[in-house]
Every structure is written in structure tokens, then in C-alpha cells.
Design a protein around this ligand. Structure first.
Ligand code: GDP
Ligand code: MN
Length: 379
């Protein structure tokens, strides 16, 4: 689960990492009021689960409340990397002498958490990593304990030669490492961590990704998930794994492996999946109906492909779910169904009368049929 900057900053502050506190607004008027309360120059920042907000025009300095209103209005109208901006953070502007990058994430290859630090922080960090990788320093952590102050100082000194500044940075780094472990995070990041002209070290941005599987023991962090879409919430409560994608073939599959193989085959034949959707192993018609509702909510979907291998999942339950979906939802695109395994004969009988549903014997045939429908090559 991704946290918004303002949420991650709240967590960071709780661990003693210096941040600039601000407030969140959902309208331009509110942003202007906040700017007036704060006084002086403020920064208006889009709160979306996407990086590169600065480059997308989602981070703007405002000298007065009027300007804050104008920036907030423009930012609240933005869509950054496909996500509409619904909230802005208004914070007092900090002065920047230098921008650094500090992060802790999981290095799966090394099976260790790793600190990533760079003196070249800021909005171009991706280019720094790609073009001058030597400017990025890494330090693997032994585990949840055992990261020592002298090690933090050694990392800090790689990105900041002045000992008095490096010492402040080392303290931030130690706290960031604490946040990482205490939060079951897969990423904690400060970019930029800045040095102010007055010699203070402050986190101007904060990013946090928490392992979804640990949310049950992170109730405080789980509570941050206030702005999940209704569909994402439905998928989660129904136990569906859903990832929206950019194509036009909606997919409903049981099992993550089969779902990926289905997407591969769609790509193989020149198509694009509209989503990844694993309905899981158990059979429950309601799950199937919910899956269909989620897939049909995407206006780009031109055909829906069911690929079900019935083991524990019973094909007749899936068929019942499809029939309910056809009754309850406005399914205005062709549905191609490949159902094989447990109770497939019952399933075929149930679906034989359904309008707009085409059965395919094999996965290959089903994918080809769905692609033909999506391309408008079949009636
Ligand atoms: P990101 O682009 O999504 O990573 O958003 P950031 O929060 O990192 O902001 C992007 C850039 O805006 C930063 O790298 C800074 O250069 C600038 N910025 C952000 N906050 C402030 C601030 O308080 N003062 C100044 N002068 N610049 C800021
Ligand atoms: Mn940033």
C-alpha cells in the first residue's frame, strides 16, 4: 500500500525525522485559506500515488494566498500518470541549499534491505541512477537490528563531506531505517532531503510503501487507506487480486499463474490485456459477479475473457456468477469463456442459452476469439 506524502511525513515525524508540517486541502479555496494561516511563501503539492509530481506540474511555490488558490486549482485539475489529483498539501516553503536522496528498500536479489543514498537528490534522481550510477551509494542492512550510528555516519559522509551536516543526516538515516522496519515497509524514501541555508537537514518529500500482507498488524498505517476507490475496495474485500492495465481485453482468471499466462497469450497474438484479475481458488459466484463488475467499469474494455481451470474452483459456480453478472450488470461487450475441469459440463449447459457469451474449448481459441471481438472482427 502506498502512502501519500502527507501521511508518510506524519509517520516520519513520529520517529523524529525533521519535516515541515502542512495541511491538506481538497479545494482551491481551502488551499488559499491554509496559505493565509501559514503566512509567507508556501508550496502547493499534489497528493497522488505517483512519482514525478514536480515534473508533471504538481508541485508549485506560491508567494501569497491568491497564488496558492490559482496553483491549487490547476493542480486539482491535473491527472498525473493516469491518477486524478483530489488533494493538495500546503506547506511553508523551505529554502534549499542542497538536495540529497535517502531511501531504504528491499533488495530482493541480495535478500537484504538496502540503504540508497545520493548527493544528487531531487527530481532527476532516475536520470542520475541511469547515467551516473557511481553517484548512488548502497549499504545493505544486516536485518531489523544492528545498524549502528557509526555505519549511519559512514553512509552520510559519502554524500556530504562536512561532518556537522553529515552527522545530522546520519541521525535522519537511522530514524528512516527504524521507520522501515517498524512499519513493515518495502520502501521509505526522502527525496529531496535538503540542507537549508541555515544548516538544517529537513525532509521535503516523503514516500512510503507498506507491505499489504503486514497491514493486519499495522492498524495505524492501514487506516491511511481512506481514498481507495470503491472498486479497489470491492476487489480487496472479495479477495480478488486486481491490477488495472491499459488494454481492451478484460480478463477474469483463476490463479495468478494462469492469469499471467493468459495475459502473455493475449500479447502473443498482438492484443493488450485491460487488467490482471485473479479470482482465487475457491468457487463463489459472488466473486465472479464482483470480478465482472470491476472489469466492466473500465470503459476501454471491448471484450471479456474468462479463463478458468476448474480444480477446487467449480466451473458451475463460475457459470452461475457469469449469469448473475449478465442479469445485474449492463454487459454490453462480448464475453468469451473457456471453462475446463470440475463440473464443466454443468457449466456449459448453464451458459449455452446466455446471450453474448461464446464458449471456447481451449485457452488458445478463447484468446483468439476475445481478440477478434475486441478488434471488432466478430459480431
Ligand atoms: P516529486 O517530484 O513528486 O518527487 O515531488 P517533491 O516533493 O520531491 O518536489 C519536487 C521538487 O520541488 C523538489 O525536488 C524541490 O526542488 C521542489 N520543492 C519541494 N518543496 C519545496 C520547498 O519547500 N521549497 C523549495 N524551494 N522547493 C521545493
Ligand atoms: Mn520527491
Amino acid at each position: 500500500m502506498n502512502l501519500h506524502e502527507y501521511q508518510a511525513k506524519e509517520v516520519f515525524a513520529g520517529f523524529g525525522i525533521p519535516i515541515v508540517a502542512g495541511k491538506v486541502a481538497t479545494t482551491a479555496e481551502e488551499a488559499a485559506t491554509l496559505a493565509r494561516e501559514l503566512g509567507g511563501t508556501v508550496v502547493v503539492k499534489a497528493q497522488v500515488h505517483a512519482g514525478g509530481r514536480g515534473k508533471a506540474g504538481g508541485v508549485k511555490l506560491a508567494a501569497d494566498p491568491d497564488e496558492a488558490r490559482q496553483h491549487a486549482e490547476a493542480i486539482l485539475a491535473l491527472t498525473i500518470k493516469g491518477i486524478p489529483v483530489r488533494k493538495v498539501l500546503v506547506v511553508p516553503a523551505a529554502e534549499i541549499a542542497k538536495e540529497y536522496y535517502l531511501g531504504v528498500t528491499l533488495d530482493r536479489g541480495a535478500k537484504r534491505a538496502v540503504i540508497i543514498a545520493s548527493a544528487a537528490g531531487g527530481v532527476d534522481i532516475e536520470e542520475v541512477a541511469a547515467q551516473t550510477p557511481e553517484k548512488i551509494h548502497r549499504f545493505h542492512l544486516p536485518g531489523p537490528t544492528g545498524f549502528r550510528a557509526y555505519q549511519a555516519r559512514a553512509v552520510a559522509l559519502k554524500i556530504e563531506p562536512k561532518p556537522e551536516v553529515a552527522l545530522k543526516m546520519a541521525r535522519v538515516l537511522q530514524k528512516l531505517v527504524e521507520v522501515y522496519w517498524a512499519s513493515d515497509a518495502s520502501l521509505v524514501e526522502i527525496n529531496p532531503l535538503v540542507l537549508t541555508p541555515g544548516g538544517e537537514v529537513v525532509a521535503l518529500d516523503a514516500k512510503m510503501v507498506v507491505d499489504d500482507n503486514a497491514l493486519f498488524r499495522q492498524p495505524r498505517l492501514a487506516a491511511f487507506r481512506e481514498d481507495e476507490s470503491e472498486l479497489a475496495a470491492a476487489a480487496r474485500t472479495m479477495g480478488l487480486s486486481f491490477v488495472p492495465l491499459k488494454g481492451n481485453v478484460g480478463c477474469v482468471v483463476n490463479g495468478a499463474g494462469l492469469a499471467m499466462a493468459t495475459m502473455d497469450l493475449i500479447k502473443h497474438y498482438g492484443g493488450e490485456p485491460a487488467n490482471f484479475l485473479d479470482i482465487g481458488g475457491s468457487s463463489n459466484p459472488e466473486k465472479v459477479t464482483t470480478a465482472m463488475r470491476i472489469v466492466m467499469a473500465d470503459p476501454d474494455v471491448k471484450a471479456v475473457l474468462f479463463n478458468i481451470f476448474g480444480g477446487i474452483t467449480r466451473c458451475d459456480d463460475v457459470a452461475k456468477g457469469i449469469l448473475t453478472a449478465l442479469e445485474e450488470l449492463n454487459v454490453n461487450v462480448p464475453v468469451v469463456v473457456r471453462l475446463t475441469g470440475t463440473n464443466e459440463d454443468i457449466a456449459q449447459r448453464l451458459l449455452s442459452q446466455a446471450k453474448g457469451v461464446e464458449s471456447a474449448e481451449t485457452m488458445d481459441a478463447a484468446v483468439k476469439a476475445a481478440l477478434a471481438h475486441a478488434a471488432g472482427r466478430r459480431g
